[in-house]
Every structure is written in structure tokens, then in C-alpha cells.
Design a protein around this ligand. Sequence first.
Ligand code: PSU
Ligand code: MN
Length: 332
Amino acid sequence: MSRLLRISDEVRDALASRRPVVALETAAVTHGLPRAPLDGMPAYLADADTPATVRACFEGGTPAHLGLGRALAAAVRAEGAVPATVGLLRGQLVVGLADAELEELAAMREVHKIAARDAALVAARGGSGGTTVAGTLLACRFARLPVFATGGIGGVHRGHAVLPDISADLHAIRDTGTLVVTAGAKSILDLPATVEMLDTLGVPLVGLGTPYFPRFLSEGNAQLRVNTEAADPDDAARLFSAHRELLPDRGMLLCVPPLTRFALPAEVMERAIEDGLAECERVGARGAEVTPVLLSAVARASRGASLATNLAVLIHNARIGARVATQLAHLA
Ligand code: PSU
Ligand code: MN
């Protein structure tokens, strides 16, 4: 075991006894959500189908970002799998943050956003941060975690022809043998360019019950298609199991559209994104700052609707990830 990497006992035991494990990111906790309690319970959380243990994470004035970190773990547990929340804590990349550790990370003000290349640089200085998709995949590679659930992956940003801002997530997905459960890529991106890039990299796109590439908070449409459709989580597990056999060191995307009744209309999203992009321009956001600035501007412009759907998507994907991981454990 490396000084820079720690796998919790719970995750280690689960892996050793072939129980299902789902990796979770923490950049959405440290850099994606408001650090204030939710203003009322969003429809998805209030829904009868949402486990009470998930809903409880946001009660009692808990700030939304910490609530989310806890809710993702609770959602995975509610499906009978073990959560492996990844984060960089005081110089160590931890796979399976305990609740108190998650709380500590969420409370930090000077906290980094950790993609794969940042992990070593920040760890060497004893720093802390939330891991992005790319950063979390680094941990998945070391711990050999087969399934990772997130909200929406990063991708090719709008305006890439002038300034090539392409998330490190894309190459990390190609280069790690982990199934990434995602609601497609964030619609703040150039989605046709993102899908083209995934195609160039040879990342298989599987749609869960949809032939379309979802647009994160909105459903997809005929303009962007996935490579194949999975009927349900069991079918997705079969596809990934075959993928792992032939392309063991490469990733696959399981694209899960937001549940129709909680999805945002694409027009509402588009207007909010225009405002968000204008804000990025105004504040001169660059590099890793772009995504957080855009996400919070979009939340403001949609008057909180995007935040509610973002939570729904993240939690729903964690539940789907757990179902796929459970089936994979049976197949193995
Ligand atoms: N999806 C969300 N909220 C987020 C992110 C994705 O719903 O905060 C984060 C993810 O961690 C993703 C990162 O990996 O944004 C992408 O950032 P960048 O574009 O700088 O690579
Ligand atoms: Mn970027």
C-alpha cells in the first residue's frame, strides 16, 4: 500500500469477498453544489420511490454539498452495494471516505478540484480536494473498482476551436477499465463535439433504455445516438462484462437519461447556459474554474431548477450503478 493511497477496510473487504462496490466522486461535493441547505425538498427527493435514508441526508439544515456526498453513499447502500467515495484528504487519495472524513472535506474552504494530473501535485504538499471523474478514475484503477457513478462527465467545451478546453475525463475514461455511469455529458459543453471525441477515442456508449445520448439534465434526442441500447441494469452488466473480457483496460459509458418527470426542458437549459457562458466571459474563468462557474450560473439562471435536477441525476445514477455492480458481481 502506498503512502499516497488508502483503501478503507470496508471497501477492501467488499472487494475481497466479491461484493458489489460503486465508486463515487467528490468534485460535485466540493465544487459543484451550494454550501447552503436546500430551499425546500426537490421533487425527486420527496418522491415515494426515493429511499428515506437518502432524503434524510438533506434534512436538519445540512448544506446541500455535504448532503449530496452522504446521499450518494446512502443510495448505493439502499441498493445493497458498498459505496467507495473517493477524495484527496490531507495528502492521501482515499477510496472509501468515512462519513466524518467526507464531512471534513466538505467543510474545507481551501479545497482543490482534483483531476488525475493534480492528485500527485496536491498530495505531495499534504493538500485536500474533491476528485473529478478523471481523478476518481485514478483511484478506480488502483483499487480495481469496476463501476463508478457520477452526474455528467466533462467533455469538449463550447468554443474549443479557439481555445481547446477538453476535459481530462475523456481520456481517463478511455484509459481505465471501469464502467462510468453518467447522464451523458454536461449540456454546458459542445455535445456533438464531445460525442465525436468519445467516438475517436473508441469509448463505447451504451444507453440505458434509450438510443440517444442524454444531455445531462435533459433527455437526449435523435441528433446524438449511443452505440447500443441496454434494456435494463442486468443487460448493461452483460455488455460491460463482455467489454471487460476483450478490452480489459478500457472504459465504457453507461448513459442514463434523467427520469422524464424530473428532467429539465432543453430550452430552459439552453437559455440558462447562455447566461452562464456570459458570466464565465465576465469573470474570465479559465481551465478548471470554467465548469464550477458555469454550473452555478446555470443554477441561478434556472432559479434552482437545475440544482434539483442535478441532485436527482447524481442520486439516480448512484442507484443504477449499484444495480449494475450487483449484477456484475453475480456474473464474475
Ligand atoms: N457533474 C456534475 N457536477 C460536477 C461535475 C460533473 O453534475 O461538479 C464535475 C465532475 O467531477 C467532472 C468535472 O469530472 O465536473 C469536469 O470538470 P472539467 O470540465 O474541469 O474537467
Ligand atoms: Mn477544462
